[in-house]
Design a protein around this ligand. Structure first.
Ligand SMILES: [Zn+2]
Length: 272
């Protein structure tokens, strides 16, 4: 598989030749982000991934537009941080997976959004919800600067990968926790793995827990962020965060989900 699989190849080649990410800035990104630093260079099953990531991030920066709001400051470090983390899931895919959107809105911090839901009996509920990021259908991605800076440390939290996962999920027009799968993959196996994990997580959160530390403590809490229990699409997005941030945790907690993600991303982050 070539680096880029589309007609945009020539233009992208030119971008790489004329405006690669500065050496010092790239070295900073690798050093500052634990999840990037562990990609080994020159050895392992994917010896060229660091160089490939830099190329993907370079083209990403040229093709996407950053739109700062509410006075947030955008420096080169922040842009490279977003680009590198956004492109990490694309190492085994390509940039065309992000071709249906172009703008990244950056807010200073989490922001409140007025939400409006209509319940099953037709009553409208309005409420404020706090967002650290958001992916709009066929539209921009919104990310908070504070949350971008909290991402990439290898602790399981990654707002950039989370929102990119929603974008991958929605490529087929449905935000349902299932992106368009490769031809050698099996939709039935994917849905079964994710359904079982999602339902298991939800029921584990519903069960009353034993007293903390006492002999009656029946079970430990979930090892991934319980936000994953919100919906199947949030489960997928959170699973992607763990896949790249804490792969061993996801693999031991949900081995079948992990296996499907290895097939989809065509990488196994525990092998780096
Ligand atoms: Zn989400």
């Amino acid at each position: 598989m070539g680096l880029f699989s589309s007609f945009r190849e020539a233009r992208r080649r030119r971008i790489l030749e004329r405006s690669p990410i500065d050496d010092e800035l790239w070295a900073w990104a690798i050093k500052e982000h634990k999840i990037l630093g562990r990609i080994r260079e020159g050895s392992g099953p994917w010896p060229n991934d660091r160089a490939r990531l830099r190329e993907l991030a370079t083209v990403f920066l040229a093709e996407k537009r950053f739109d700062p709001v509410d006075g947030v400051e955008l420096d080169d470090e922040l842009k490279v941080s977003v680009a590198a983390q956004a492109c990490l899931p694309l190492l085994g895919l390509d940039l065309d997976w992000y071709s249906d959107w172009s703008t990244i809105i950056v807010t200073p911090r989490e922001y409140d959004v007025r939400k409006r839901d209509v319940d099953e009996v037709g009553v409208v509920h309005e409420y404020d919800d706090e967002f650290s990021g958001e992916a709009f259908d066929l539209g921009p991605v919104a990310l908070s600067r504070v949350d971008i800076e909290a991402s990439g440390w290898g602790d399981g939290y990654n707002v950039v990968i989370h929102e990119m996962a929603h974008k991958l999920d929605g490529r087929d027009g449905a935000y349902d926790g299932c992106p368009p799968l490769h031809r050698d993959m099996d939709y039935g196996a994917w849905r079964e793995a994710f359904r079982e994990a999602y339902e298991g997580l939800r029921s584990s959160l519903e069960r009353p827990r034993g007293k903390r530390g006492g002999a009656s403590r029946a079970r430990r809490g979930p090892r991934i962020d319980s936000y994953a229990a919100e919906s199947p699409d949030e489960f997928f997005a959170v699973a992607c965060e763990y896949f790249f941030e804490r792969p061993a945790t996801l693999r031991s907690e949900y081995p079948e989900v992990y296996r499907q993600l290895v097939l989809f991303f065509r990488r196994d982050p525990t092998d780096y």
